[in-house]
Design a protein around this ligand. Sequence first.
Ligand code: SAH
Ligand code: SF4
Length: 383
Amino acid sequence: MSAVPSINVLGLDPDALTSLVAQWGGKPFRARQLSRWIHQRGEDRFEAMTDLARDFRTRLEANCTVGGPVVNLEKRSADGTRKWLFDMGQGNAIETVFIPEDDRGTLCISSQAGCTVACPFCSTGYQGFSRNLTTAEIIGQLWHANRALRDDPSAARLEGAAGEAGRAVSNVVMMGMGEPLLNYDQVLGALRLMLDDHAYGLSRRRVTVSTSGVVPMIDRLARDCPVALAVSLHAPNDELRDRLVPLNRKHPLAELLAACNRYLEHAPRDFITFEYIMLDGINDTDEHARQLIQIARQVRCKFNLIPFNPFPQSGLRRSPAARIRLFSQRLVDAGLVVTVRKTRGDDIDAACGQLAGEVRDRTRIDERLPDRARIVIRKKEHG
Ligand code: SAH
Ligand code: SF4
């Protein structure tokens, strides 16, 4: 074993990288040069970073690594969607999904192995919680995807969109496994790298954090790094939301909506994206639409209706297409901006909420956590 613990430079945010280099007497431009090699060119061998001074490279080799994630499995969907399952050690795995579209390439990344919030419609919620990911593990998903997609002709390649022409990932959404705002510090480090011009150079609006509503951390994010914010609403009243998003019992709707408005003070030209999963007979009636319209009057927002992606244990059903259309129309008629999410990658279990099916089986979490208090929708709301 080496006497000096190895530092994974992949997980150092721009300030941390600069101070590491400064400890060795290096100027900030050296840190920026190193950052471009690692994050923009995807290089993991210090000896290949030929324009770095030799003594600097020797120091790096002695003390550091560029430790990307370990791939367990990779799948490609007929629609071009790609999914990676990464091994996080000790039986944990997480998933990352790339969704190519005409004008963008979106990477959906994970922030935790498992999740404590335990929403009854989400397969990650069924796994229980294993652990928080580190900054290196979070940014490593983006680092790996850019490397893997470099040689994929079907991946969108957008001039300028990703900071440097030629990189496939132009947008990042933190909508994979886990609740990003319950792993705040590590997620913040990763966000800073995504936005840094010498790392991924993504604009603030091309990076979205999706949260089930961790109110105090919404306030911190507003101050620290106000990227685009998506809030998983899923229910228009506390009674139903307490059951669909159990975190609502701690931070009820009125508190959440007030936090959304405070967030928008830091991002004045932005809006909140409210995600709303369409569950047959649970949250998709005209009355729910009416209540939702009242909520929308309180916050500058857009709606993203997500057709529920079923999985066996949930016991829930997707709203029929006609119901989703009507529900959407009700909101549109009230002057709201609404999109209905297209399901992508469901042939490889990469659609929303389907992540980690394999993980659950592999870790046999159901046996280890037999009694999770999670089936909160035993009775349908309306009888
Ligand atoms: N924990 C965060 C981010 C990860 S979940 C959050 O809850 O916002 C990302 C999105 O996927 C959320 O809006 C979530 O509600 C949605 N989702 C989870 N399970 C789903 C399923 N089975 N079908 C469709 N969408 C799902
Ligand atoms: Fe966690 Fe989000 Fe899934 Fe809820 S929807 S269990 S908050 S990952």
